[in-house]
Design a protein around this ligand. Structure first.
Ligand SMILES: [Zn+2]
Ligand SMILES: [Zn+2]
Length: 180
């Protein structure tokens, strides 16, 4: 394949329609084809489907997770709502995509966040967008102190892992800049 043809399949040059910045792109592919999700610093998400490049999806995250035309019509799952809200003002959470499969469902749509939940504590949070599994690990690296990681996927009422994830996203003591 020619280089130009390959480039056509990659949305990297697409700019955010809202602010003109270049979003960060992640891709996934399964039996329904290859799909890309661009998350912009301003919080706007857009999906790119190489099989249907002309399709503009209203719900970019759903199109990315499920494919075009298969968007969720049922209520949005709680973890997707948390994830989408976390990208907005005033939180502007900088999630980092993690290519490792989810420990619960084995899908590769996990995002990682590191914050200081309280002074001198570091929390590493992991969220699977496919099944809602949350894992939070608290540590004091400078003291070489690591608590056991807590995992769970119960959102109502929230289990400990979900409560900690919510605190880390919406009420952190301090944020860390995600490495690019
Ligand atoms: Zn933008
Ligand atoms: Zn999962």
């Amino acid at each position: 394949m020619e280089r130009d043809e390959l480039d056509d399949d990659r949305p990297m040059s697409v700019r955010c329609a809202q602010c003109g910045e270049c979003p960060e792109w992640e891709s996934l592919s399964d039996g329904y084809g290859e799909r890309w999700l661009g998350v912009c610093r301003c919080g706007r998400m857009q999906a790119f489907l190489p099989d249907q490049p002309a399709v503009e999806s209203k719900d970019a995250l759903a199109a990315f997770l499920l494919g075009a035309g298969r968007e969720i019509s049922a209520p949005t799952p709680a973890w997707i709502r948390l994830f989408m809200r976390s990208l907005e003002q005033p939180w502007n959470t900088r999630w980092r995509y993690s290519p490792e499969p989810c420990g619960a469902c084995a899908e590769r749509v996990c995002f990682v966040l590191q914050v200081c939940p309280r002074p001198y504590w570091l929390a590493t949070c992991r969220l699977c967008l496919a099944c809602g599994r949350a894992t939070t690990a608290y540590s004091q690296p400078w003291q070489n102190l690591h608590e056991l990681a807590v995992s769970g996927s119960v959102w109502a009422p929230p289990c400990l892992a979900v409560q900690r994830l919510r605190n880390c996203v919406f009420r952190p003591f301090a944020r860390l800049e995600a490495p690019n």
